[in-house]
Design a protein around this ligand. Structure first.
Ligand code: PLP
Length: 386
């Protein structure tokens, strides 16, 4: 039996031993956001003269330019599609969309925390009628109509809280907009731009930067809608912070409305260029898929582990969720591995399951995921045999 016993008040109490150093992954960051930032990105910060300078001057503007150009190339954006950037992360973009994209009605797919938060924020806007289509955690809900019943259709492409990935699809024909929360998968999957009008995300997930920004790819129809809403908003609440028309104008000038975190921009710019150097979205998608497959193959071979998302078609390629048998405590595994530099493998706290969640974002090496799984075996075996 591995593990050692401590004697407390005359009783043996088992403690769990962490894996030995030679078993550990080279890099222990497996969190679903903030996620692994490559050391090469961080090293650029040490000598970046843009830090501590004005975001209205050429040095920082050229970073914003690099991000917009780089993303346009990475995403192979068709002409007419534009990228807007603002402060506040994807959470802020829910309010931006409510103020600037929705006319009066939306249909939202809710199959986890993030889709739920977006729908709840929109429900709180008194000019929006929200209809939700819901699925239990671990399952997929879709919003798709033959004839439009709302002017915005919204769904997450990757529900980070459960590990369910949605296919991309258009909500309805005509001028209804399809607005996709791609926060945790943008940069790791190819996109068919015929299917989406707004594709928004934050930089601290696949894009391996820090939080605090939102980025949104806007189709010509979305840009038209933004200008229409800005012109006809009547008494609707529209502070400049939520005005997507203003954000778009600023972005065209390689600026943001107010001061951005310059380190975040530098890390993001570096990552976009690295993704392009690695072979773009197709290569990123192959790498993420290999990481997720390592996790599902591993779980399939253990009778104490099973993939939370039952339908393999709906399993995320970037966030794998694994339920563990009751005798194998996911929290205990996460805690034990945290002590030796393996971070953030516990499940989404709001889900409240005995679950591990492992990110396979493009910055995470598949070899490291395999080493992590060996480490999980090492810790779990002490609980099973005990
Ligand atoms: C992380 C996440 C968010 C929230 O992003 P913030 O940058 O923290 O606002 C929203 N949606 C999804 C799908 C996410 O994974």
């Amino acid at each position: 039996m591995r593990g050692k016993h401590l004697w407390i008040y005359g009783y043996p109490v088992k403690t769990i031993l962490p894996p030995p150093p030679e078993m550990l992954p080279a890099d222990g960051h497996f969190g679903s956001g903030p996620s692994r930032i490559r050391p090469e990105q961080v090293r650029v910060l040490a000598t970046a003269s843009e830090l501590g300078t004005s975001h209205r001057k050429p040095a920082v503007k050229s970073r914003v330019h690099g991000i917009r150009e780089g993303l346009a190339e990475l995403f192979s954006l068709p002409t007419g599609y534009e990228i807007a950037i603002g402060n506040g992360g994807a959470t802020a973009f829910w309010s931006v969309a409510a103020a600037s994209l929705v006319r009066s009605s939306t249909k939202n797919a809710v199959f986890g925390e993030f889709g739920g938060k977006c729908a709840a924020d929109w429900q709180a806007a008194d000019w929006i009628h929200v209809e939700t289509v819901r699925a239990d955690p671990g399952k997929l809900a879709t919003v798709q109509d033959q004839v439009a019943q709302a002017d915005v259709y919204a769904y997450p492409q990757n529900e980070t809280s459960t590990g369910v990935q949605s296919p991309l699809y258009r909500g309805a024909p005509g001028d209804a907009l399809t607005v996709v929360d791609a926060t945790s998968i943008a940069g790791a999957v190819t996109v068919d731009w015929d299917l989406v009008d707004t594709y928004y995300f934050s930089p601290q997930k696949c894009l391996g930067s820090e939080g605090g920004l939102w980025l949104a790819v806007l189709s010509p129809a979305a840009i038209e809608r933004v200008e229409e809403v800005a012109a006809n908003r009547g008494s609707r609440f529209m502070p400049s912070f939520l005005n997507l028309s203003t954000a778009l104008k600023q972005s065209r000038l390689d600026q943001t409305l107010n001061t951005p975190a310059i380190a975040t921009l530098i890390l993001l710019d570096e990552q976009v260029r690295w993704l392009l150097d690695q072979g773009g979205l197709a290569a990123a998608q192959a790498k993420a898929s290999a990481g997720a497959r390592a996790v599902s193959d591993w779980a399939d071979q253990r009778d104490w582990a099973r993939m939370f998302v039952e339908d393999p078609e709906h399993r995320s390629i970037v966030t794998s969720t694994v339920d563990l048998a009751p005798e194998v405590s996911a929290d205990e595994i996460a805690k034990t591995l945290h002590e030796v530099g393996v971070h953030d493998i516990e499940g989404y706290r709001g889900l409240g399951r005995n679950q591990l969640r492992i990110a396979s974002f493009p910055s995470v090496e598949t070899e490291d995921i395999k080493a992590l799984l060996n480490c999980v075996d090492f810790v779990a075996s002490q609980m099973i045999i005990a």
